[in-house]
Design a protein around this ligand. Structure first.
Ligand SMILES: [Zn+2]
Length: 300
């Protein structure tokens, strides 16, 4: 089969959109399980389908997706985006190396979360910080009426200090560590720390990221410092995958994080809406990262 014939046989964005809308509006698990048995790149879809079954993030966001976004998500989840690996498999392109780092198997996972040049050029940091800014801004808004509560985040304009950069107020503790978000209640003298990670789209990667961050030596040392100073502290992690999925434990984690400072100020519904907006931001940034995979310069 010639390349042009193979291209024309690929599903269009519109047909993928209609198919996904039907799948998601019914029951994605049962539909996907049936669907998976009939396709050739199906197994890779299983991780995202399993996540969607427990998170329902795409199901809630689908009404706001345009066909291009939904096509990107489905192709990313099934690894059928036009990566160099797939273009070679489809006999469209002979060079199989990553344009940025020359890796010999630039799959979707490599482009969205494993390319060292993408990492060095801070393209993943850009995505992380966009999501972080959304979460931090929301926390600033919900605590705005409490003069004793300060929200700091590891983003320009929201840090406790810029030279050296820090998110823990020096009046509280001198430390080189910069948790992504710090909420300090000077009246109750409590401090809550939050770390955000955007791992690959599978439950395994989300759990692995959570475990890695929760056991990170630097933060365990920081917590013991707060203990030594007898400052009640709390540390949580939130993981939003590169395709926007987050586990129900992420909602619980953020609620516990907020409740330490001001109990019941945010409902689970508020928190889920915020995490859904963060998920949408993450998806948009992943799209940008994918579309610029062949550009040596990064200009989001
Ligand atoms: Zn690469």
């Amino acid at each position: 089969m010639r390349a042009s014939e193979q291209l024309s046989s690929l599903p269009t964005a519109r047909s993928l959109y209609m198919k996904a809308k039907k799948l998601l509006s019914n029951n994605i698990k049962s539909n996907c399980n049936t669907h998976l048995q009939t396709l050739t790149v199906q197994c890779k879809f299983a991780d995202s389908a399993k996540l969607e079954d427990s998170c329902k993030t795409w199901n809630r966001l689908i009404a706001g997706f345009n066909p291009g976004q939904l096509s990107f998500l489905l192709r990313a989840a099934s690894d059928t985006l036009p990566t160099a690996v797939n273009l070679r498999q489809w006999c469209i392109q002979s060079d199989i190396h990553c344009t940025l780092c020359a890796y010999s198997r630039p799959t979707t996972a490599h482009i969205l979360g494993g390319c060292p040049v993408t990492l060095t050029q801070q393209r993943y940091t850009y995505r992380h910080d966009k999501v972080l800014y959304l979460l931090a801004s929301w926390l600033v808004d919900i605590f705005v009426g409490f003069s004793s509560i300060q929200v700091y985040a590891d983003i320009h304009g929201l840090r406790a200090s810029e030279g050296p950069q820090g998110t823990v107020p020096s009046s509280l503790l001198f430390t080189p560590y910069r948790p992504d978000i710090v909420v300090y209640n000077s009246e109750a003298s409590t401090v809550a720390l939050l770390e955000l990670t955007c791992p690959l789209d599978s439950e395994h990667h989300i759990q692995e990221a959570r475990s890695r961050k929760q056991n990170k030596t630097e933060y365990l040392q920081l917590l013991s410092e707060f203990d030594r100073l007898q400052i009640p502290n709390y540390y949580e992690t939130v993981e939003i995958s590169v395709l926007g999925h987050y586990l129900p434990s992420g909602t619980h984690a953020l609620k516990s994080f907020i409740d330490l400072t001001q109990p019941s100020i945010a409902t689970k519904s508020n928190i889920r809406q915020t995490l859904d907006r963060a998920a949408n931001t993450c998806i948009t940034c992943s799209q940008q990262i994918f579309f610029s995979r062949n550009c040596s310069e990064w200009s989001p």
